[in-house]
Design a binder for this molecule. Structure first.
Ligand code: UD2
Length: 315
């Protein structure tokens, strides 16, 4: 029986994809080294096999393909922290680029794959100021993380051209939702805010460090819409050999975001304002007309996503 592989499947976005695949009655194999992911992110399910292993090991990937036959692969396993990639570019490269090649090579040997979906990032656009970001916009990858994401997506697309393997790359904008780890100052800002608001409603003293004036904007997309986008591209023939932005096409400022959260929680968040963070971009949002042409429509507005996230966190 043919299975679906999700690398990094115990992580934030991966585990949401796994959940949806299981609901659709698929047989799913997860490989994760649990550096960021957790068993707690995954449901107990007979249709799910979890392999603890490192995708940066060629032998591990070879063994995985000896043991299973895959019809689809969602490749999300990566060192997800840009800051970590700056600290240790070589180690990041082994996980964020070499592992992609190991997977592609095994896919080529195996044959018969229906789709390989690679999770890239809006980080590939860097600080190039043109807005909104289109897939054809100038690329300016500024960190080892962004360089490896861009190189990986190019390999993925080349495997479609050169070897006729049906691949697609997706560039995620600012994804938020439950299971995103808030523990580092470089964690996604929505997860950090959620943590702060939890402390507030528990009457704990807290404050939020705001870098800059709060007028910076991002294209925040709720994780369920990201899952929807991944499944859609994996099923669409027109998506083969292409790259797609995954965002909402809307921009929200940090001040607006904080305002929405204050309304949801009926609290007031104390702010400690610092200088703008070095390397920060002021504005970012996506053009998603390519994704929409496949039939995508985000189901959650920022406010709706935030409310569901908050309710799930407080279940
Ligand atoms: C994301 C990446 C970043 C880099 C960038 C490229 C994440 C978490 N960050 O940064 O590494 O790839 O995209 O475009 O994936 N902020 C605060 N206080 C906090 C945390 C954040 O004010 O405690 C600000 C931050 O300075 C920024 C905004 O919130 O202006 C959004 O921060 P973010 O790290 O969630 O996302 P981004 O797009 O800046």
């Amino acid at each position: 029986m043919s299975k679906i592989l999700v690398t990094g499947g115990a992580g934030f976005i991966g585990s949401h994809i796994v959940e949806e695949l299981l609901k659709n009655n698929e047989q799913v194999v997860v490989i994760d080294n649990f550096s960021m992911g957790s068993m707690d992110n995954l449901p107990k399910d007979d249709k799910l096999t979890v392999v603890e292993g490192d995708i940066s090991s060629k032998e591990t990937i070879e063994k995985l393909f000896q043991q299973h036959q895959f019809k689809k692969i969602f490749h999300l396993g990566a060192i997800a922290s840009v800051a970590a990639s700056v600290e240790d570019p070589l180690h990041t490269h082994q996980t964020n680029l070499e592992a992609t090649l190991y997977l592609l090579e095994e896919t080529r040997k195996q044959g018969g794959l229906e789709r390989f979906v690679f999770a890239s990032s809006a980080a590939v656009y860097g600080d190039e100021p043109t807005l909104p970001k289109k897939e054809t916009s100038t690329i300016r990858p500024l960190t080892p993380y962004a360089i490896d994401k861009f190189a990986s997506e190019q390999y993925v697309l080349a495997f479609s051209r050169l070897y006729d393997i049906p691949t697609t790359a997706v560039r995620f904008f600012n994804v938020f939702g439950n299971r995103q780890n808030p523990s580092s100052p470089y964690s996604g800002v929505v997860s950090i805010l959620t943590d702060k608001f939890k402390q507030l409603v528990n009457n704990e003293e807290t404050n939020f460090t705001l870098y800059g004036d709060g007028e910076q904007t991002r294209d925040f997309i709720y994780v369920k819409d990201v899952v929807q986008a991944n499944l859609l591209v994996s099923e669409s023939r027109e998506a083969i050999g292409k790259v797609f932005n995954v965002g909402t096409g809307e921009s929200t400022s940090l001040n607006e975001l904080i305002g929405m959260y204050e309304e949801i929680t009926n609290t007031k968040l104390p702010i400690k304002q610092l200088e703008e963070r070095s390397g920060d971009i002021k504005e970012s949002y996506s053009d998603i007309s390519e994704l929409k042409s496949l039939g995508f429509e985000p189901k959650f507005s920022m406010g709706e996503g935030l409310l569901e996230y908050w309710n799930k966190e407080n279940d």
